[in-house]
Ligand binder design. Sequence first.
Ligand code: F0G
Length: 457
Amino acid sequence: MELPFAESWKIKMVEPIHKSTREQREQWLKDAHYNVFQLPAVQVYIDLITDSGTGAMSDRQWAGMMLGDESYAGATSFFKLKDTITRLTGFEYVIPTHQGRAAENVLFSYLVHEGDIVPGNSHFDTTKGHIEARHATAWDITVDEARDTQLEIPFKGNADPRKLEAVLAEHADRVPFILVTITNNTAGGQPVSMQNLREVRAIADRYGKRVLFDSARFAENAYFIKTREAGYADKTIKEIAREMFSYADGMTMSAKKDAIVNMGGFIATRHRDWYEGAKGFCVQYEGYLTYGGMNGRDMNALAIGLNENTEFDNLDTRIRQVAYLGHRLDEFGIPYQRPAGGHAIFIDATKVLTHVPKEEFPAQTLTVELYLEAGIRGCEIGYILADRDPVTRENRFGGLDLLRLAIPRRVYTNNHMDVVAVALKNVFDRREQITHGVRITWEAPIMRHFTVQLERV
Ligand code: F0G
């Protein structure tokens, strides 16, 4: 008999979590204005709000914390981090930052100006925010297939070469760089193929443009290339990552995802001019160039985490768990963005809560229902997160309306996944009775989903 699959690690430290009653949750959620970001974490049983900064570090990473060099300038921890990044990516210039959006802020302060257009495969919301705040346009070039949640194709995160060509043919002079987000979070944690990265590079070269990777989940992307794309099965994750980055000019990185640290990020590039242009903004916003908002110990843990999570076994354990939750939902017929993504399952809320009108935010309503059912905290990646159009101020109902269940790395077991699946099934079973959603009572002008206040209709 073939041995079953099991995790590539064992557990050395645990943290208790607590259940609550439905009555308690009704009150808590009301107090939180039906926005799960406003809930104190102790009121959550299983927390799938994000996979960002919520992973469990390894014993090696914790050991690295003890060896942090906290020198203000020139700390050995910085050089360890820089060497690791250069080895994995080929990028020579490294600017540490305290997280991913800080990397965006520093680099875009140099690169993005009013009137610019930044084409990309589904810009993450902070990325879009940093572009739009500079009165530039985040121009989506994601493949149309990503919009059909039930279509099962291997690389649903791809950029559409024709859309990229079209925007460059018309506006090349306004494009400071092309952005490729790996994996494509907004489209469902879906990967981008090596073939697609090559195509984007070729088009960029034809127009003399540079390519920037938003690399928060690049290792998960490399895993999908290895397991799904012809010609890569026998290559290591590190070899695949190296080839991926060979098609880019630079990267921003939220290390809170694939480097499995609680806080951290960086910019890396092969171009001296990008480094020189951005470094002053690092000093201004983040800190001196050899720490950029991070402690020495955090840079040590980051370097070790990057190394560990570009090994196949760690990624295999992680991505199989996401797939496991997907299989459980399949048993119950619950529709999600197919195939299962690298870091999360994205429930297609408009296909579940068919009686809730879009103006009453189906995915947010499903987020609320799941929390009330079992104290499980997901997160809306839908109409609220999409913000209003900066020009018309209308809600943007054009995209998908999803409930994201993001799975922290090395934190929950498959028993927890079973609880999530059954809780969702219970909500799914009473979906016909859910006819009303939520309405906004207060919202911020940009990135409203963190602080929005809602009431039940
Ligand atoms: N880019 C991508 C693709 C992201 O998913 C995120 C964060 C960022 C950039 C910004 O990085 O949080 O370190 O400042 N995503 C988190 C999430 C917040 O829940 O998906 P950050």
